[in-house]
Design a protein. Sequence first.
Length: 366
Amino acid sequence: MKFLSNIDLNKNQILNGVFQNLASAPSLPVAGQFYYDTTTGAAYVRNGTAWVCTDASKLSGVIPLAALVTDPLARANHTGSQTASTISDLATTVKAYKLNEFAAPIANVPMGGFTLTGLNVSPNASGQAAEYSWVLNQISQAAAGVKAVKDPVRALAIANITLTGLQTIDGISLAANDRVALTGQTTASQNGLYTAQSGAWVRVTDMDANTELMGGTEFLVNEGTTYAGSVWRITNTGTITLGTTNLTFAQVNQQTTYTNGNGLDLTGSVFSVKAVASGGITVSGAGVQVDTAIVSRKFSQDIGDGSTSAIAVTHNLNTKDITVSVRDKATDAGVLVDWTATSVNVVTLTFATAPTAAAYRVAVTG
């Protein structure tokens, strides 16, 4: 019998009821419809879009996502942690990423004693790491080519010369293949070290390439009227391009020239006082002194205190061979007074009456 309207049991139970038994799901189902599948041995309820098995033990095969209360594919439903080994493609996926696809480090990255390999074999910018063989090659080139001290030159020219033919430079008549330094060419990019030739001059082989030049390079000049023994240095800074960069040089061991003035002798770099025979001075290791055997010395002072008539005057001339003169300071007239050379450094003047304070001026010569 078919019911064409809903049956309200008023919350009463259906006793001894049986689900409709079917070998397969009924057609044209509606939400809430149920049946018992005789094939699977489980009851099913329609959720509006699919049949949901009510017996979990009977579930097999593909389970529609709509049949699940929680969608396992939604990231918001993933909580807790999971061991990396249980994620089948984790290692493969991570290893496939390139370092430049990760965020930049914000702290030092320890290498644990291991080595970075596959670096740039020809770095050309600041901050780039260099491959080991490239660094060794650069060191080797530097050691072989750019020497801080070049081989000596025979002569040096500080003024412009013609770069051809055998010439005389600083008093030296050059021979073929002599090394010559040029520091004063009108075109300063021509400065440098050359080999003299009967024809056109050429740069020396140890200073004829950019890699063989750097600021601070020095060389010695072996011969020459003016510059023999001098040492010169390239004063350029930064990159040098041979034939383009104006090369500049400076003498680094330049010595000061001394000239002996009046009364001095100069032997090598040692000055000494020139003492004329019987000229009144003597020169010794102790210093320059007046020759007292020839030159007289004088001592003078005011005398008189109003109470002393025998006045001792210390002159420190170290001799009793003296002359004593006394002058009245009020009239500038000379006066006669008895005196005695008490010692080589003291003379005693004797007055009949003690002179007033500083009344006289005494001069002792000896």
